[in-house]
Design a protein around this ligand. Structure first.
Ligand code: ZN
Ligand code: ZN
Length: 589
């Protein structure tokens, strides 16, 4: 508490010592910067587990229980933040801080909504998986092993109290979240019995300490087992008659959409845009499939049904793929080609000092096949950024073939654009140039995903792929998935969409494999709103670009637009839009 009040005092002193009419810009920004840091520090103190994930390890020995009093404390913290933030004058802040201020205000609203209305602590038992909280500590390789273990022996003390409050919280959980909790919490036990025990044995501690530590591990595992028994024996049997529906319902979905996405549009509008987009994509795909048909099927007559037609051509085009052993190599080879294209076509400047490291996904991160960018946490910003690609070693021949058809020669290029250049990785390099602890922590997912999705379109518009119809077709399939994610999410949580309709949407209308669609049906019931973020961000970035084109006419320059857009960091598109339009107005007058 002290930490938060101290900068407030500085701020008041600054404003008292100067005439109110002369807000020295630097002072307000300086005060705001100081206050932000103090606020984040206090958040870390209140949320030690969250802090370890951010790379901040001062509070690793703590494990606050999910109690009512801790929730009240959290809300009191945010009220205090509210009262301080109201003292800053928006107009005297620079662009970076203006957006930070708006993001913090949104965060206050969001915290209230989660705590008082959404209440996932009552219905989502998978929130009570503490495996990661311990794993983040033991895996922090910058600290000596003995220090980490000494934090953990303290942390272990709180497991019993933690699960006591977890039990009190759970009211009417959903069946899918209960099943997920049982599966994940069961799986988390090996972190205690194996990972932590192995680390203990490798440490320099004496036998007395080791015995004490392993006793605490045993007790912690008993508490976990006890909680699992509670879920399986007390909660599960009741669920057939009084489980909470996995459907969020219109009211909560609209609110969650507002708090998670920060779009200029509401959920319903975005859903309507997505429905329209699906129709447009189907028309384009049908035309391409007709054009490609003779190349793959000679004189065979065209199927009458458009979905059968498109699906048949997609199946043929997907057969062109790399060998399973060269999956990682071929991705590594493609990055410089993408960079060259971006540079030759003046699409956006790339920083030659920050090459992306393509590596095989480390074992401990595997589990989901595929590719991902892993970037350092905000408190560990000098660490390298990796493009993790999981090799197909563990796949059977059949699994590998199915996976490689999904990531065929065409789709693999779209994936690399999305994940690496000029998608996620390029965006990350830009956002690190305007460092903001607030945006690192509360980075807007819709903007981040929207940018990656937007770059796929943008590359093709600018001639990437030399007009290959196969590439276009596979791009539309990929883009259609993004569009259908929104339709599915809204459909399930607002429109009572059933499993049959969901599977039809994904497999027949969006040409997805059965196994992919099944996985998505599960994910869509477990998460709410998140699946809308990709399309929403994409839609808004595309619309903003068209708006700027319209306003600037011949003066519009695509490269300048991209660099300006990314210069604001990972902020909601609607705030970036406001600032870009304001700057344009200021230039005119
Ligand atoms: Zn094959
Ligand atoms: Zn992405």
């Amino acid at each position: 508490m002290k930490r938060l009040l101290f900068p407030l005092l500085i701020l008041l002193i600054i404003s008292c010592n100067q005439s109110p009419k002369a807000p020295v810009l630097a002072d307000q920004n300086e005060a705001f910067d100081l206050w932000k840091l103090a606020m984040v520090e206090e958040m870390c103190e209140n949320n030690p587990v969250w802090a370890s994930y951010l790379g901040k390890h001062n509070y690793d020995d703590q494990l606050p229980s999910p109690s009512k009093s801790n929730r009240d404390k959290e809300l009191a913290f945010w009220s205090k933040v509210q009262s301080v933030i109201d003292t800053f004058r928006m107009n005297s802040l620079n662009d970076n801080n203006k957006i930070d201020l708006l993001i913090i205000k949104d965060q206050i609203e969001s915290e209230k909504f989660y705590s008082e209305e959404l209440k996932p602590y009552e219905w989502n038992p998978s929130n009570y998986n503490i495996g990661g909280a311990f794993y983040q500590v033991i895996n922090y390789k910058n600290a000596p092993l003995e220090d980490r273990i000494s934090s953990l022996i303290e942390k272990l003390e709180y497991v019993g109290e933690y699960y006591q409050h977890a039990k009190e919280n759970i009211k009417f959980p959903t069946e899918v979240h209960t099943d997920l909790a049982i599966q994940q919490i069961e799986g988390s036990k090996s972190i205690f019995t194996e990972t932590l025990m192995d680390s203990l044995n490798a440490s320099n501690y004496d036998d007395d300490f080791k015995e004490q530590f392993s006793n605490r591990i045993q007790i912690a595992v008993q508490h976990i087992d006890n909680f699992l028994a509670f879920l399986k024996d007390d909660i599960k049997p009741q669920l057939s008659s009084k489980a909470k529906s996995f459907r969020l319902g219109k009211d909560l979905f609209f609110k969650k959409f507002k708090h998670d996405i920060h779009s200029s549009y509401d959920a319903e509008k975005i859903y309507q845009f997505a429905e329209k987009e699906k129709e447009l994509l189907h028309n384009k795909m049908e035309k391409l499939a007709k054009d490609l048909w003779p190349k793959y099927f000679d004189n065979k007559p065209l199927p009458e049904d458009r979905f059968t037609l498109i699906a048949s051509v997609i199946t043929e085009v997907s057969k062109l793929h790399v060998h399973r052993d060269s999956f990682v190599v071929s991705i590594r080879k493609q990055i410089p080609e993408l960079e060259a294209f971006v540079q030759d076509n003046n699409l956006i400047s790339l920083d030659p000092d920050k090459p992306l490291v393509v590596r095989e996904t480390p074992e401990y991160m595997r589990g989901f096949a595929g590719a991902s960018i892993s970037s350092p946490g905000p408190f560990d910003a000098n660490a390298e950024t990796y493009y993790n690609v999981t090799p197909l070693d563990h796949y059977t021949a059949e699994q590998a073939e199915s996976y490689l058809r999904e990531y065929n020669n065409y789709t693999l290029q779209i994936l690399n654009i999305h994940e690496a250049v000029p998608g996620h990785y390029t965006q990350l390099v830009y956002s690190n140039k305007a460092p903001s602890i607030i945006k690192s922590i509360f980075g807007n997912g819709a903007m981040i995903e929207g940018w990656a999705v937007y770059t796929e379109l943008m590359m093709l518009e600018n001639g990437y792929g030399n007009g290959s119809k196969e590439l276009d077709l596979m791009y539309y399939k990929w883009n259609l998935r993004t569009v259908c994610n929104t339709i599915l999410d809204y459909g399930i949580h607002v429109n009572e969409m059933n499993e049959e309709a969901a599977m039809d949407l994904m497999t027949r209308q969006a040409f997805q494999e059965q196994s992919e669609a099944e996985g998505k049906w599960r994910r869509a019931r477990l998460s709410q709103v998140q699946l809308c973020s990709y399309f929403t961000g994409y839609y808004e970035i595309r619309a903003l670009r068209e708006e700027m084109k319209e306003k600037l006419g011949d003066a519009f320059n695509l490269k300048e637009f991209h660099e300006k857009f990314l210069s604001y960091g990972s902020a909601p598109v609607k705030y970036i839009r406001e600032l870009m339009l304001a700057e344009l107005e200021a230039k005119k007058s």
